[in-house]
Design a protein around this ligand. Structure first.
Ligand code: PMV
Length: 325
């Protein structure tokens, strides 16, 4: 006998970033953030709770994973067991349809899919809010992959009130994210460690203090589909997060020469009248955002830039959902 469920989830790209925690253990962020789910990029995860398993198992693309990654998965499984009273161990099998090692953060879709599959497998009729809170325990940004489309993470102050909500469905705005891959190397400092370093930067306080204003401007720009206002606040928020990263002790410098080359090119294209903007997470790759009708042109321009290895394209994605056993 087994309690089994499979869920699929999309990663998300933050327009207003999460960087730094009020509570590292529970991943309560220092500021609210806003993102878009990325359809086209998908994680598929099956969770099977079984009475005969001696321990939890994590199998990624067929490989048995232990250590810190398994411990993060167990934090989510433990919460599900505590909630439901089910005391069996689980086998978790997960796969991404996007190239792993392409430098695209997969923890958001991984923990969103895990949370939804595990809760469903254990028979917990959890609300979207509860599933978002559950995903947050594995990776902060994962809470934003649970609801659909354009999503805001309400920072909150405790486990109960820190979760994400959809502010608009995927169809609301035909945006595209053309992801310029400039390096496939695994990042030296991951975001869990990075969130702890944020508070060592003298700029973090200023970043957090001004975050509600940027969040409001971005929310309004998204709701009104105002690309010019959107471009301005998204790039400003990206710059201020990287300013914090670059002034932490030790400094985190995620950009490569090709990262900067793409940034300059995007600004030049916008100056020429093309509606386009960039944002960058904790890595060197550049997410280039534009209305979908310009995506083909943006994509071929990016592919022609020196240092761009490939371009992945995504559009607004739906919620994390159960697809069966
Ligand atoms: O969820 P984490 O711990 O992987 O942190 C995500 C951090 C950024 O991607 C840099 C910003 C964000 O809001 O997604």
């Amino acid at each position: 006998m087994a309690h089994t469920a499979t869920a699929i989830a999309h990663p998300n790209i933050a327009f207003i970033k999460y960087w730094g925690n009020r509570d590292h253990q529970a991943r309560i962020p220092s500021n609210g953030s806003l993102s878009m789910n990325l359809a086209g990029l998908t994680t598929r995860t099956t969770v099977a709770f079984r009475p005969d398993l001696p321990a939890d198992r994590l199998i990624l693309h067929g490989n048995d994973i232990r250590g810190a990654a398994l411990a993060r998965v167990q934090a989510v499984l433990d919460r599900v067991r505590a909630q439901t009273g089910l005391n069996w161990h689980a086998e978790v099998r997960s796969e991404n349809n996007f190239p792993t090692g392409a430098g695209i953060a997969s923890s958001a879709s991984a923990f969103a899919a895990l949370a939804v599959a595990a809760a469903h497998a254990a028979g917990w009729q959890a609300s979207t809010k509860d599933l978002s809170r559950l995903a947050r325990l594995g990776s902060g940004s994962a809470c934003r992959s649970v609801p659909a489309g354009f999503v805001e993470w309400l920072a909150g102050a405790s486990d109960e009130d820190s979760y994400a909500i959809s502010i608009a469905p995927p169809k609301h705005w035909a945006l595209a994210d053309c992801i310029a891959i400039v390096s496939s190397a695994h990042k030296a400092v991951g975001s869990t460690q990075g969130h702890r370093l944020a508070e060592t930067s003298p700029l973090q306080q200023a970043r957090v203090a001004d975050a509600p204003r940027r969040l409001r401007l971005c929310r309004e720009a998204v709701l009104q589909r105002d690309f010019a206002a959107f471009a301005e606040v998204v790039e400003a928020d990206c710059h201020i997060m990287h300013a914090v990263m670059q002034t932490s002790r030790p400094p985190l410098i995620y950009w490569e020469p090709a990262t900067l080359a793409v940034m300059h090119a995007v600004r030049r294209w916008r100056g020429e009248g093309l509606p386009v903007a960039y944002t960058i997470d904790a890595g060197p790759n550049v997410h280039v955002l534009c209305p979908q009708k310009h995506a083909a042109a943006v994509r071929s321009r990016l592919e022609a830039l020196e240092g761009v290895q490939r371009v992945l394209a995504a559009t607004p994605g739906g919620a994390t959902r159960v697809i069966g056993k």
